[in-house]
Design a binder for this molecule. Structure first.
Ligand code: ADP
Length: 494
């Protein structure tokens, strides 16, 4: 990545953003807009359409028409594959532009954003482009005078609600399989991270996606997100975000058309380090990156460090060294390790968690404070808090910030008990030189993903989904396709 190129891209003014409905850019039905503020310096970048419920309904009905007339699902699989590959090509060709655009409103450090956003979005779209003509129906093992066929049909209209931490990556996790299977989609980006998704959607049309197959409606979750949730015409709703919103979506489904709802929610992921880990220095560095990159705004962040008592002090010292070596700052500088917290609201919530941790007996060994306030941006120092008990707020509640709580354990049984001691079950890790212990922990810790002697980085070939209050239904891999199809039986008397 070239700093001069990044600087040139960031200097460009951004036009007021509109909804993308039926292939056209349209204003909110009442003309309302809302500011897009940059967490880099607190300045207003531009405005976007503040959608109304009527806007959402219009987008859904456009998506429905596009689905019913089969302008997309009716195309040959080879044609759909070509368009999706072309889309991935365009995302790659515009990768730096997309990444910078995204960082300007979401604040992720560019090094990570470049890889995780356009990079992974393009890879995901390619993966499902390649998969779409390998999804076969089935012939049932019936008696001989019957032919039982099981068709895999698109569900119709998919609603996708996307969070602000990795909008393109998570957006592609939903769009890739949904579009590959022939559905139409209405996408609702987060209020504080719409820019990259709007541009990415525009590229889909340049690639040849028929108008109306993908629509984007911006605005407030409580207004347009709610309208999507309550729609009688959305068949499947896929979501990544907070548990509170996830609960609302289930209620909306119950109050409307019983749409299928798939939730990818938060986590309080345990990173369990045993004294026999192969390389404790490496473990400390990876653990620090696993909680502090993107300012901790990562659903799988390893936010609970469970460390064997005999190495506790040394390991904490190593983590603190690693944390202090990470540069916090302007996310559009290539040597920044930790970018901006996404918003003032999120930053003040983080600081409140620090206060509570202190009040509950935790000791702040590094960080705990806002930094670079003079920039007008929202930055926080990577924070390590020791002496966090199993029932402390910091052990139980997802923070979504650069805050690591440390809890010692004495043996494997206690480590497993602590690891399982929350309502969540998204991700986790175990660091050990013992293969048997690694396998035991993988089986016994209730999560969707367990890492062994590493943290994060799982690619698109494996599912990511939670258990417990971390959600249901996985993104990524061939398994994600199941969310976007219906099984239809044909029972034919011969
Ligand atoms: P976070 O804490 O990560 O911001 P949210 O769940 O609030 O998590 O936001 C994730 C997404 O959910 C965003 O796109 C947001 O606009 C949307 N959202 C928020 N509230 C609602 C709601 N009541 N109904 C539907 N979507 C919502």
């Amino acid at each position: 990545m070239d700093q001069a190129q990044i600087d040139a891209l960031r200097a460009r003014p951004i036009a007021p953003q509109k909804h993308l409905i039926g292939g056209d850019w349209v204003d909110a039905s009442d003309g309302a807009t809302m500011d897009i503020t940059s967490p880099i310096d607190g300045r207003v970048l531009t405005t976007m359409a503040r959608g109304t419920a009527a806007d959402m309904d219009a987008a859904i009905s456009t998506a429905r028409t596009a689905f019913e007339d089969r302008r997309w699902s009716g195309q040959a699989p080879s044609a759909r594959k070509k368009i999706l590959h072309k889309w991935a090509d365009l995302i790659e060709a515009n990768a730096l532009d997309l990444a910078v655009q995204g960082v300007r409103d979401n604040g992720t450090e560019i090094g990570m954003a470049f890889k995780a956003e356009p990079g992974s979005a393009a890879a995901t779209i390619r993966y499902y482009a390649e998969a779409l003509d390998k999804v076969y129906g089935e012939i049932a093992p019936t008696q001989s005078d019957i032919l039982g066929l099981i068709h895999k049909e698109p569900v119709g209209v998919v609603g996708a609600i996307i969070p602000w931490n990795f909008p393109m990556m998570i957006g592609a996790w939903k769009l890739g399989p949904a579009l590959a299977m022939g559905n139409s989609v209405v996408l609702k980006p987060a209020e504080t991270a719409s820019l990259s998704l709007l541009r990415m959607a525009e590229l889909a049309f340049e690639a040849g996606l028929p108008p109306g197959v993908l629509n984007v409606v911006t605005g407030e979750g409580a207004v347009v997100g709610e309208a999507m949730g309550l729609s009688m015409d959305v068949d499947v709703l896929v979501f990544t975000g907070s548990g509170a919103t996830g609960r609302r979506l289930l209620e909306y489904a119950a109050r409307s058309n019983l749409k299928r709802v798939y939730l990818e929610l938060g986590g309080k992921s345990p990173n369990v380090v045993f004294a026999d880990a192969p390389d404790l220095d490496e473990a400390a560095k990876v653990a620090a990156a696993g909680i502090f990159r993107n300012a901790g705004q990562v659903c799988v962040a390893g936010s609970r460090l469970l460390v064997e008592e005999e190495i506790h002090d040394d390991f904490v010292a190593a983590i603190v060294r690693a944390a202090q070596a990470m540069r916090v700052g302007d996310p559009l500088l290539t040597d920044t390790h930790i970018g901006a917290v996404n918003s003032e609201a999120q930053l003040s919530q983080n600081l409140q968690f620090v206060k509570t941790a202190k009040a509950e007996g935790g000791e702040i060994v590094t960080g705990g404070n806002r930094v670079l306030a003079e920039t007008g941006g929202t930055y926080m120092a990577p924070t390590v808090i020791t002496g966090v008990t199993a029932d402390a707020t910091l052990s139980q509640k997802e923070v979504f910030g650069p805050i690591l709580g440390v809890t010692p354990f004495t043996d494997e049984a206690e480590a497993t008990r602590l690891a399982n001691g929350t309502v969540y079950g998204l991700a986790g890790a175990v660091w050990t030189g013992s293969l048997s212990r690694a396998h035991r922990m993988v089986q016994e810790v209730r999560t969707g993903v367990m890492h062994v002697n590493t943290y994060g980085g799982a690619d698109g070939t494996v599912p990511l989904g939670g258990v417990g209050q971390s959600g249901n239904g996985s993104d990524k891999s061939l398994h994600a396709i199941e969310k976007y199809i219906n099984l239809k039986t044909a029972w034919i008397k011969l």
